[in-house]
Design a protein around this ligand. Structure first.
Ligand code: FAD
Ligand code: SF4
Length: 495
């Protein structure tokens, strides 16, 4: 007989590996405590993975597969037990992306006969195809995305982009209007399996960060399908225009909240894309959403595969400061940071622009170590895996790779955060002030960053205006701003 090992982020009935399973083969699923402690993962992340694994095992048994499910201290313990019982000739598995897991598999493969299967449809491209498509650095997402649209024939008419342009990004940056509301996403109630897992995580992982309840995430394919249906029917319409907007106490807006389910295989990216295309939503919203999955998600994965190992330690600006306590307790007077960290503590998620414009921007301007920042993202989010965290944090948000992934650093002053959110209305600081007592901390630090990296960005098409703006200021004005920036960095913990 042969064993087919399925990992906790590969819970898809569409895995190609199932085409090879015969009646005397056994499916192996391992809930390993050691893996759950590689990092202090948010409690809800552990609940999601363990509960989804247990549900998936049940579904496979109902389909007639023999499933050997282990709750074990380590993968090795589980395999020792499995070998004693079944003595498999071969171990089949689906290709993994994360470098650490791949390394473990290689070690495992020194003692056992391993057979790898493709990870399509968990991704559109295999790892090799991803690297071939992305080409050499510096990489560019718009180029990659156009190739993907053509290759998979998505939103094309006669070989041309539907609506006459490849991207409606420029239409997708509307600031939030007063009184704006959005249809709510579905929240799921924990069933008996999830309740058991919550009890286990509370007991065995009590020192991990984050609240464990309310736990509202989909843990089965059928729940994830319901979430997708609600999204495309009721919420996608407003996804486009307000993609870059942020509202206090509305952490969902029109975001799909599907990343957690997609990243563990409950939904394939292509079925999500097809559901969006089949919806009645306006083209700008549909294209904006398709771009996230067919474009950004595949692009990030390609960057990761093309640049590991090595990418994890990039630090172009040599930033070494620590993340402040409020990344764990949300206790800060900076209302934007409070509003962005709170949902992470409460349910291991916030939306893209909070991650980018507030938290990533904070880490860049406050000169926080990129590795500490990516560790925090890796540990605190329900949808986090190395392959998606490292490019998003180190490349897109922090520009720590020096521009391999994106043309410019994503930095924003308080004035821009004020434009794109309602956060500043409830804040102790004033987004219009730069050096005054009540000045928004982001403002002086924004110019501090431009000052320090003036030379690097003077010729950058998208940065040179800001550099010139800075260079045109009087020396004493600059000195005041830089003094305020030094003070702000010094006071980081008490802001
Ligand atoms: P939506 O806004 O509804 O987007 C739709 C889908 O597109 C998402 O579900 C996701 O699958 C995909 N997507 C969109 N943008 C990206 C992107 N940049 N990279 C990869 N997929 C994308 N995404 C993760 O899945 N895991 C992470 O750990 C993660 N960390 C991030 C860290 C930073 C600093 C930044 C800037 C972005 C990060 N992202 C990450 C990307 C993005 O923020 C999340 O995918 C998104 O917020 C998930 O919520 P959603 O499902 O409501 O997404
Ligand atoms: Fe954030 Fe500054 Fe606005 Fe306060 S004033 S919410 S710190 S951007």
């Amino acid at each position: 007989m042969r064993s087919f090992w399925i990992f906790g982020n590969q819970l898809s009935h569409e895995l190609e590996l199932f085409d090879h399973v015969e009646s005397d083969d056994v499916i192996v699923i391992i809930e390993a405590t050691s893996r759950a402690t590689w990092r202090p993962y948010h409690k809800q992340k552990l609940v999601l993975i363990f509960s989804a694994m247990r549900h998936f095992a049940e579904e496979l048994r109902e389909k007639g597969y023999t499933v050997d499910y282990h709750e074990a201290d380590s993968f090795q313990d589980a395999w020792d037990d499995h070998f004693t019982r079944y003595e498999p000739e071969e171990i089949h598995y689906t290709a993994v992306t994360d470098a650490a897991m791949e390394k473990k598999l290689k070690q495992f493969g020194q003692q056992h006969k391993l057979v790898e299967h493709t990870d399509v449809p968990l991704f559109y491209l295999t790892k090799k195809e991803a690297v071939d498509t992305i080409g050499n650095a510096p990489w560019r997402m718009d180029r990659f995305y156009r190739q993907m649209r053509k290759r998979f024939d998505v939103l094309l008419e006669d070989g041309k982009p539907r609506g006459g342009k490849w991207s409606f990004d420029a239409d997708n940056r509307q600031p939030p209007k007063d009184g704006l509301t959005f249809p709510a996403p579905i929240h799921f109630r924990p069933d008996a399996i999830t309740k058991d897992v919550i009890e286990k995580v509370n007991r065995d992982f009590a020192d991990h960060p984050g609240d464990i309840t309310p736990f509202v995430w989909p843990v089965t394919r059928s729940e994830a399908r319901r979430a997708l249906k609600r999204f495309v029917e009721e919420r996608l319409e407003t996804f486009g225009p307000y993609q870059d907007a942020m509202l206090s106490d509305n952490q969902d807006m029109s975001h799909s909240l599907l990343s957690a389910a997609i990243n563990i295989g409950l939904l394939t990216p292509d079925e999500v894309v097809q559901a969006a295309i089949a919806s009645d939503a306006p083209l700008a919203s549909v294209e904006g959403f398709v771009r996230q999955l067919l474009g950004w998600r595949e692009y990030m994965r390609a960057v990761y595969v093309a640049s590991m190992p090595g990418y994890e330690s990039v630090n172009t600006f040599k930033h070494e400061r620590d993340l402040p306590h409020y990344f764990w307790d949300a206790e800060t007077d900076m209302h934007c940071v409070h509003q962005s960290v709170k949902p992470v503590i409460e349910r291991a998620h916030n939306h893209h622009i909070q991650r980018l414009m507030v938290l990533g921007n904070f880490a860049t301007l406050f000169e926080v170590s990129p590795q500490q920042t990516s560790d925090w993202f890796n540990e605190m989010y329900i949808d986090a895996y190395d392959w998606v965290v490292l490019p998003n944090v180190l490349g897109m948000a922090l520009h720590a790779d020096g521009g391999k992934l994106a043309t410019k650093p994503y930095i924003a002053s308080g004035k821009y955060i004020d434009k794109m959110s309602d956060y500043c209305k409830g804040c102790k600081y004033n987004p219009k002030h730069t050096t005054e007592e009540d000045a928004c901390p982001f403002n002086a630090l924004y110019w501090n960053f431009i000052d320090k990296h003036e030379e690097r960005f003077a010729k950058n098409q998208r940065m040179k205006m800001m550099v010139r703006n800075w260079q045109g200021r009087d020396d004493d004005v600059k000195a005041d701003i830089l003094a305020k920036a030094r003070q702000t960095i010094h006071d980081t913990d008490s802001l």
